[in-house]
Design a protein around this ligand. Structure first.
Ligand SMILES: Nc1ncnc2c1ncn2[C@@H]1O[C@H](COP(=O)(O)OP(=O)(O)OP(=O)(O)O)[C@@H](O)[C@H]1O
Ligand SMILES: [Mg+2]
Length: 386
């Protein structure tokens, strides 16, 4: 099969490697040359994926069987047309299109499916935001409708924060939409990603829940399994099943939830492998999240997903801008027991850019906090130099 991969970061790279291993052909696309997934693909294209005409051009040129989005920032409206042309958009045009806009996915989840979410409103001006904040109450979180990785996102604690939050959201907005969502702040005890795999001719499967910690809108450590009561887990699985079914198609989704004293809140989801799911590269499961995504896409039956080990991942970040980053400490991390790592091969660095990840696993009886600490220490062995 020929796969057109839209987005060529570290997640795309692992997906391409999985596809290569079972003889598939992948063309990797991104906005810059030598992106991680391009380094392992059969071919590549450099375009602005928000440009619909550029997308049309490469789809016509390569005639792929599958279009696999790896990021949100794509002119996803075009996907409906590609589906009509007989190309499978993964997991579906609707899933990719709805999840790139917080309004579409939130209204589907909360209004249409009745899932429990933080109380929310929308605003298109600073005045509307003031009114919306009064309605949802403080503290609350403001996010541009179109953004990811925490961009343009801030918390309002007092009325004097509103103007600043509006401007920050407008500046952090992707594309042409100037609108924000304001959500009541959920005082959660923890947050999880529930990797959910929908299959074409087989039942939907769930991975063991993944716990994670976020800073500046990006995950720092993730671990599997996350601590969660059976009741909360079933509730999360039920919500994940409903929302993935409504979006349609086959593939792996990363469904994000907050676990609070008053129950489970649906937050958002990625219709593709999730960054916190990189913990599965530590060998926690019979198949990692990229292999699961690929199998589901190709309609290869997945009989079951089993948790083989406990594991944790911790990110390796750059601290400076560089056109030629280098790494030290590889021998040190390599010497650690039950530890592995990835260096993504990103050609340039900037402060806080994710450049690699440390991966640790251990037997199922091992307390998860010990594994997380090991992963953090392992990641700290590696230094990124400008
Ligand atoms: N309503 C909320 N209450 C409390 N914390 C929140 C709320 N919304 C978001 N957060 C925190 O901010 C993080 C990022 O939020 P969210 O996932 O909505 O943004 P994002 O930009 O889509 O991030 P990403 O693309 O990295 O998943 C969450 O994982 C959570 O830690
Ligand atoms: Mg998120």
């Amino acid at each position: 099969m020929k796969i057109l991969l839209l987005g060529s970061g570290e997640l795309g790279k692992e997906f391409v490697i999985s596809a290569q291993r079972i003889g598939q052909t992948v063309i990797a696309v991104d906005s810059y040359e030598n992106a991680p997934a391009m380094q392992v693909a059969h071919g590549f294209e450099v375009i602005n994926m928000l440009d619909g005409e550029a997308l049309d051009r490469i789809v016509a040129k390569h005639q792929p069987d599958f279009i696999v989005p790896e990021i949100e920032a794509i002119r996803t409206e075009r996907f409906y047309d590609y589906e009509k042309q007989g190309i499978t958009v993964v997991p579906s045009a609707k899933a990719a299109n709805f999840t790139m806009n917080r309004k579409a996915i939130r209204d589907l989840a909360a209004k249409e499916l009745g899932l429990k979410t933080a109380n929310y409103r929308y605003a298109t001006t600073a005045e509307e935001l003031t009114k919306a904040v009064a309605e949802v109450g403080m503290p609350c979180v403001v996010k541009p409708l179109m953004s990811s990785s925490g961009k343009g996102q801030s918390t309002i604690k007092t009325e004097s924060d509103i103007e600043k939050a509006w401007q920050y959201a407008v500046d952090g907005s992707r594309g042409d939409v100037v609108e924000v969502i304001v959500e009541a702040f959920v005082k959660f005890n923890s947050e999880i990603t529930l990797l959910t795999v929908t299959q074409n001719n087989n039942p939907t499967l769930f991975c063991a829940p993944i716990g994670h910690r976020q800073e500046r809108g990006d995950y720092q450590e993730s671990w599997q399994p996350a601590l969660i009561s059976d009741k909360d887990l079933y509730e999360a699985q039920d919500m994940a099943e409903k929302v993935t079914e409504a979006l349609g198609g086959a593939g792996l989704f990363g469904v994000e939830f907050f676990l609070a004293d008053d129950g489970v809140y649906f937050s958002e989801l990625s219709p593709r492998p999730h960054d916190t799911g990189m913990v599965t590269l530590a060998g926690t499961q019979n198949f990692n999240e990229f292999e699961l995504h690929l199998r589901a896409i190709l309609s290869l039956p997945i009989f079951e997903i089993t948790l083989e080990k406990v594991g944790a991942s911790a990110v390796i970040l750059a601290s400076e801008n560089s056109e030629n980053p280098s790494f030290t400490g590889i021998e040190k991390i390599a010497a650690l027991p039950k530890t592995d790592f990835r260096i993504f091969g990103k050609p340039t660095s900037r402060p806080y850019r994710r450049m690699g990840v440390a991966l640790v696993n251990d037997s199922l009886e091992t307390p998860i906090d010990i594994v997380v600490e090991k992963a953090k220490k392992a990641a700290a062995q590696i230094t990124v130099h400008p």
